[in-house]
Design a protein around this ligand. Structure first.
Ligand code: PMP
Length: 306
């Protein structure tokens, strides 16, 4: 259950939490045409609250709108400002922020030509997405029976609402079977991503993750980890990964705004490496948490002070 906050930004103004309602004919509720983002804000050791990679998240929101051919009534700057102001209005020192651009009520039918394009920014307090202790000890994952959308079926570079039914089906299947998270293969059998995370493996000291031309979201945490790997001198490449490469990995981990950097200690009941958090994963995790929460000031361009 999400704890109630005070205010939600809707269509250019803050309204009380309980008043942030939509009509049942809201088009996106029926057909899933809409864009959203997930952004984290952290309290750092200097006592300040910072939004992590705000610009990149807002740019991806607008990229998703472009892919869906919808035009928000607000500018990038207005949505970015609303995100920061949301934290202030709710006295949040840390949290998860969720901007949405969706089709409001109006005509029905899939065309959605004359429906109003509505914009809102909500958020909530969110701890470790994959469960308590997940970032420290790792999680158990299952390869899903559901494939990720083929690149010509969905728009994997869009963080769009309807595409997430695929994620929910995979996640539910994995959880019901007793695992923490699903790993989806693409229709050709290559590893694509988790239900809400990108995936990395380490094999013989080399870091691998699927390329952007694969059926994956262009994750901002993925980009962060690739940048940090370069800085740490860890050889990294973006290439297609097969299921057996994943099983044989020395280390594996998920990245995502919600999941942060979460080690994977088991896939389909096969232990990954020693079943512990591997050395490269640990190093990258330490850099990541040092930047978002700690005293690592090497990337001020990634932090927006609230
Ligand atoms: N893939 C999917 C399907 C996701 O939903 C997410 C979360 N936004 C990611 C990857 C990771 O992206 P990011 O690091 O930008 O949160």
């Amino acid at each position: 259950m999400v704890d109630k906050l005070k205010k939600i930004w809707m269509e250019g103004e803050f309204v009380d939490w309980d008043d942030a309602k939509v009509h049942i004919l809201t088009h996106s509720l029926h057909y899933g045409l809409g864009a959203f983002e997930g952004i984290r804000a952290y309290r750092r050791t200097d006592g300040g609250t910072y939004v992590f990679r705000l610009k990149e998240h807002i740019d991806r929101l607008f990229d998703t709108c472009k892919l869906l051919a919808i035009q928000p009534r607000f500018t990038r700057q207005q949505v970015a400002d609303a995100t920061v102001e949301f934290l202030r209005q709710n006295d949040m020192q840390e949290g998860y922020i969720r901007p949405l651009v969706y089709m409001g009520d109006g005509p029905m039918g899939v065309y959605a030509h004359d429906n109003p394009v509505r914009t809102t920014v909500v958020g909530w307090h969110w701890g470790a997405y994959l469960g308590k202790g997940a970032t420290e000890s790792g999680i158990r994952a299952k390869i899903s029976a559901f494939a990720r959308h083929h690149i010509n079926v969905g728009l994997p570079k869009a963080k769009m609402m309807g595409q997430y039914t695929n994620s929910s089906l995979a996640k539910r299947e994995a959880r019901i079977a007793g695992y923490n998270e699903a790993i989806l293969l693409d229709p050709n059998g290559y590893v694509s991503e988790g239900s809400g995370e990108n995936i990395f493996i380490v094999r013989r000291g080399r870091l691998l993750t699927p390329p952007l031309s694969a059926s994956i979201l262009e994750g901002i945490t993925r980009d962060t980890i690739l940048t940090l790997a370069r800085e740490e001198g860890i050889p990294a490449s973006e290439e297609m990964i097969t299921r057996d490469q994943l099983y044989l990995a020395d280390e594996a981990f998920f990245t995502g705004t919600a999941a942060e950097v979460t080690p994977i200690r088991e896939v389909d009941d096969r232990t990954i490496g020693e079943g512990q958090v591997g050395a490269i994963t640990r190093r990258l995790q330490q850099r990541f948490f040092g930047i978002v929460r700690g005293e690592d000031n090497s990337h001020p361009e990634w932090l927006t002070r609230v």
